[in-house]
Write a protein that binds this ligand. Sequence first.
Ligand SMILES: Cc1ncc(COP(=O)(O)O)c(C=O)c1O
Length: 484
Amino acid sequence: MSITSTALTHEELQRAARDHLWMHFTRMGGYRDAEVPIIVRGDGCYLEDSKGKRYLDALAGLFSVNIGYGFGEEIGQAALEQMRELPFYTNWSYAHPRAIELAQTVADLAPGDLNRVFFVSGGSEAVESAWKLARQYYLARGEKRVPSADETRHDQRVGLPPPHRYKAIARQVAYHGTTFGALSINGIPSLRAPFEPLVPEVRHVSNTNRYHRPVEETEEEFTRFLLAELEQTIEAMGPETVCLVHMEPVQNAGGAFTPPAGYWQGVRALCDRYDILLSADEVITGFGRVGAWFGSERYDIRPDIVCCAKGLSSSYASIGAVIATDRVMEPFMADTTMYAHGITFGGHPVMSAIALKNIEIMKRERIVEGVREHEDAFRATLEQLLDLPIVGDVRGVGFFYALELVKDKETRETFTDEECESLLRGFLSGALFDRGLICRADDRGDPVIQISPPLVARQAEFDEMVGILGDVLAEAGQRVKRGS
Ligand SMILES: Cc1ncc(COP(=O)(O)O)c(C=O)c1O
């Protein structure tokens, strides 16, 4: 028996999972009687469950297993060697070779002068760290002094805000993680509501969903509208109090919203005008998903800060990073200034060794180039689904797509909450899974199917995805017609 195979039978695993495992974002009550899906192994773009059934993973884990599941042996060897050499040491006041090498490798890949890398354990921590970094950046620049504890207590008693930049702007329906800071940046009301009050003070501007904009509006007009709204929001919040604009190059939640022409250049210009740091949340788009090492490169975003995680290690490790430009780093190089933030596992040597090996594999296997070479074929294959009346829109870039489902294609009318519940949760998710396809039916915005396969997927996998999606969505369309 290999050390990784489980000693429990399928039935024992089921019982133990039902009794003890608390799954994330999962209605656990649904598993009182039903079987928990237990995935036991993976290879390439495929997964296998504890009953031996195979699935095409059109979601790459969680938009994250960029090299696919087939490199465990090679990456495991790198992890083993690191375990032997130095299983753990910290980045608190110390360095170690793997964190140094990974920081250099990431800085080389990141566009422009994004040269400084602060490691964390995942995406939420990266977003959390970006906001904290932005807050402290202005203090470190020496613009406003840090108030004494007495002054702070007094200001809090009389309800005065902190005397420095602390507010953030993000976009509606965007997902940025679950820890308190990251959750506060989130623009998904249903995820925020149970945990309010959240960290003050974030406002959310429109995302780049063009599908429900007036049909006669041009792309240029849409960009103008978005930028005007962003500027009004900055003005309304008080520009001297805003430290961060935080957005994804291509927004995932709501369904792969790509930016209209001129959008990012306009956002950058506004951040420059009001001296606000621009943070690109590349937790999904980083490391190849949109056909470039970073979405910031593809869209020429020129952010001050980049957050990344998932693809950094293709999720073979729990590691993320905040990458900062030389300009952001500069005040932290002065005298006794220190970014007052740290996490025990940030830059963990084994996680760093895994991420380094992942990047080595990505370069060797030409993973990013492969996305660019096959993205047109991927889009063309997905667009076949537009023949179905229920598929209103196919949008995305690289290997990052969404299908928006509509009740009426002519009017672009969407489904009610109850219809979404019965269509997405009650039918589509289960039917796709039964047919051996893992993708996500999501209604955090309008209902979409998210498709984001490992970056090693090719025409055979594109065809299989579209074959299964076509059958299941055709049936969903019939159900909608019947009203069942
Ligand atoms: C854009 C974005 N930011 C942040 C996060 C949070 O990452 P994590 O789940 O690793 O904390 C996610 C997770 O899906 C994400 O998609």
